[in-house]
Ligand binder design. Structure first.
Ligand code: UT7
Length: 319
């Protein structure tokens, strides 16, 4: 399976660190130093579906394919506008991908990676010949804008890729892991129980996170999963041209690079401009790299996502 096109879409409104100092007790210096983030895009009405649809249209255009040709449409999101219908069906309507089967997948910040691997399984089995895969988030609606520990981190946006079966190259190896025992480290409620029979119970309306725990988990598990995926692909760290990682925090990425003994120049980043966009982070970065002409045919990429669940994994692919 090969990626043949990429696209992305970000809300119009940009919010700088300086803007956030008007909401919470923080500073541009603290946010930049601890996270590497300078600004992020925040929805003023764009939804997970509208952003994903825009990203998908751009990925189709980039791939030179028509929406009616799409056979599988997967959307990874943990911040859908609607519980029903799923975001993928909304995107199907907005893009005109009328022949696709469409459904959502939620694995938080590893969502896009898991969706890519899911598409790979379908395409390898010969069930579908192509797939349009989007990661899309409007995290600004599940973040507590009075909590300086979390509201400074996240941004809204969507990225998408078009993939097709191919004879050689493409996906060379992947791994995925989940550790549900550690779900409390990064969590958010969906909707409260409001039926006439329920008793009093707590409801977690906004994202709650133990930042240090997530940090330690990422720096430990991501390099291990990249090495595991590389072993499956029969490759070494030195064979990887670019590490396209989930954009959570500059210091996390630097820690991962150190553990892999790989130069930081092989770890492209855009989190300074877009923040942490959860499942949208990897496809948005891929699209930027693609449009900058930095992805050359034959290059080896290591993609890795990690986040709530806990979920994490890696995919090695030849561009
Ligand atoms: O996709 C995965 C999503 N999650 C993540 O990526 C989170 C990973 N973790 C992190 O990125 C970091 O843990 C954070 C950036 C969230 C926090 O950085 P830290 O270096 O772990 O800081 P800390 O939580 O240990 O807090 C240090 C201090 C505390 O003050 P005291 O107790 O030392 O007085 C915090 O209250 O920094 C304070 N603090 C802030 N100060 C200014 C926390 N948030 C802020 C803030 N501005 N926004």
């Amino acid at each position: 399976m090969k990626i043949i096109g990429t696209g992305s879409a970000l809300p119009d409104k940009q919010v700088s660190n300086e803007d956030l100092t008007k909401l919470v007790d923080t500073s541009d210096e603290w946010i930049r130093e601890r996270t590497g983030i300078g600004s992020r895009h925040i929805s003023t009405g764009e939804t997970a579906a509208s952003l994903a649809a825009e990203a998908c249209k751009r990925a189709l255009e980039n791939a030179g394919r028509e929406a009616v040709q799409v056979e599988l449409l997967l959307v990874a999101t943990c911040s859908p506008e609607m519980a029903l219908p799923c975001t993928a069906c909304q995107v199907q309507e907005l893009t005109g991908a009328e022949n696709a089967v469409a459904f959502d997948l939620n694995a938080a910040c590893a969502g896009f990676l898991f969706a890519l691997n899911t598409a790979y399984a379908y395409l390898s089995a010969g069930i579908y010949r192509n797939a349009l895969i989007a990661g899309t988030e409007v995290l600004s609606k599940i973040v507590d804008w009075t909590d300086r520990g979390t509201c400074i981190l996240f941004g809204d946006g969507a990225g998408a890729v078009m993939v097709e079966q191919c004879g050689s190259g493409g996906v060379l190896g992947f791994v995925q892991h989940s550790d549900g025992r550690r779900g409390n480290v990064l969590a958010c409620g969906s909707r409260p129980l409001e039926n006439p029979y329920h008793g009093e119970r707590d409801f977690m309306r906004y994202v709650q996170m133990d930042g240090r725990e997530v940090f330690a988990f990422a720096v430990r598990q991501v390099p291990a999963s990249i090495e595991e995926a590389l072993e499956k692909a029969g490759l070494e760290v030195e064979d990887v041209d670019l590490f396209v990682l989930h954009q959570a925090n500059r210091r996390i990425i630097e820690g991962i690079a150190r553990r892999l003994k790989a130069d930081i120049s092989r770890f492209p980043m855009n989190l300074d401009r877009v923040g942490n966009m959860s499942s949208a982070a990897i496809p948005v970065l891929l699209d930027e790299l693609n449009r900058q002409g930095r992805l050359i045919p034959g290059m080896t990429l290591a993609l890795s996502g990690f986040g709530a669940g806990l979920t994490y994994g890696a995919c090695i692919l030849q561009w």
